[in-house]
Design a binder for this molecule. Structure first.
Ligand code: NAD
Length: 326
């Protein structure tokens, strides 16, 4: 029997796929559980949501053959250590771009249509709030997408469907590819900040993308503009965002992700009215949770058979040595 450690809640369908092989024992642990070190000595595979996979964890798991990340971001995994030990890290690939891009549009619509503010007002008896005419339209507005990968592209299609003008900033994508889709290419997102009505972040978290949107960038935006971060906390600097929202540099913001998750209840951003928040749930639709769980489980089952989808392996240099451990 092989043992799979599942860190954090995944959809039951993924657990069933593993157990139905009849050859796999599944051990589920809560996210960030301290018990992890009691489980590693006989673990063959790890499925991980948000728990940090550190060098210590990898060293304590001598039979580890795969770490399957439930999602696409992997900044919480020590990829250098994994590669050193010849352990492939897989991601789920393009299974969550629909969910996350729909969530991006949902947040944008919440801001444009004031849905949270109006909901609370009606419950408080303030039906007349509608006479403020604060609701706006997405149509004919400009969206700036920073990052044009799976989720950025899926958001572009949806924004265009709403009649928006789409601008794209991604130094790793060619102008030709962007323009072929009917979007406007910008060489540096900073040049487009003063034009954008909505600035949406779809880049991975890396040292070079931390604080990508900070005071300097927020000052370049229009007073009527909104910033939306569905990528990772810390790419938009929260302290700078608070000042920008509080002092009216920009009209509002939406965050699905935070520098600290969950955010402290005394996080000053949560006291503001011109921000809409959600609990890092962009990918957690019923459908997407199922797709991600099944993708992770399938990657693990395949890895036990010695098979990997190279498209989904982050540290491809581990593939030739995949039989080196355990
Ligand atoms: P992806 O790898 O397909 O695309 C990322 C894009 O960002 C790439 O095209 C890359 O060239 C671009 N990029 C990198 N650095 C850049 C920079 N400095 N400026 C502009 N562009 C840059 O990834 P994806 O599947 O589109 O996901 C994007 C991010 O969304 C993930 O890394 C993850 O952090 C986040 N995410 C969030 C949720 C959620 O629930 N909120 C779910 C899934 C993914």
């Amino acid at each position: 029997m092989k043992k799979v450690l599942v860190l954090g809640k995944i959809h039951d369908s993924g657990i069933a796929l593993l157990r139905d092989t009849g050859e796999i024992v599944v051990k589920e642990l809560a996210e960030h559980s301290e018990d992890i070190f009691n489980e590693l000595s006989d673990t063959d595979a790890i499925i991980v949501r948000m728990t940090k996979i550190t060098r210590e964890i990898i060293e304590a798991a001598p039979h580890l053959k795969i770490v399957a990340r439930h999602g696409v971001g992997y900044e919480a995994v020590d990829i250098t250590a994994l590669s050193e030990f010849g352990v492939p890290l897989t991601i789920t690939g393009d299974v969550n771009s629909v969910a996350v891009s729909e969530h991006t549009l949902a947040l944008m619509l919440s801001l444009a249509k004031q849905t949270v503010v109006y909901d609370q007002a009606v419950r408080m008896g303030n039906f007349g709030i509608r006479d403020g005419f604060d609701s706006t339209e997405l149509s004919a507005k400009t969206i700036l997408l920073i990052g044009f990968g799976r989720i950025g592209k899926a958001t572009a299609v949806r924004a265009q469907g709403f009649g928006m003008r789409v601008m794209v900033a991604d130094p790793f994508v060619s102008r030709q590819n962007v323009e072929a889709e009917g979007y406007n290419y910008v060489t540096d997102f900073r040049y487009a900040l003063e034009e954008a009505d909505y600035v949406c972040i779809h880049v991975p978290k890396r040292p070079e993308t931390e604080n990508l949107i900070s005071a300097e960038e927020l000052k370049l935006m229009k007073e009527s503009a909104y910033v939306i971060n569905v990528s990772r906390g810390g790419i938009v600097n929260e302290a700078a965002l608070f000042i920008a929202l509080n002092e009216g540099w920009i009209a509002g913001a939406a965050l699905d992700v935070f520098e600290l998750e969950p955010p402290n209840l005394d996080n000053p951003l949560l006291k503001l009215k011109n921000i809409v928040v959600s609990p890092h749930c962009g990918a957690f639709t019923e459908e997407c949770a199922q797709r991600m769980a099944m993708a992770c489980a399938q990657a693990v089952v395949s890895a036990f058979e010695g098979n990997f989808d190279p498209q989904l392996v982050v540290n491809k240099e581990t593939l030739p040595d995949k039989s080196a451990r355990g």
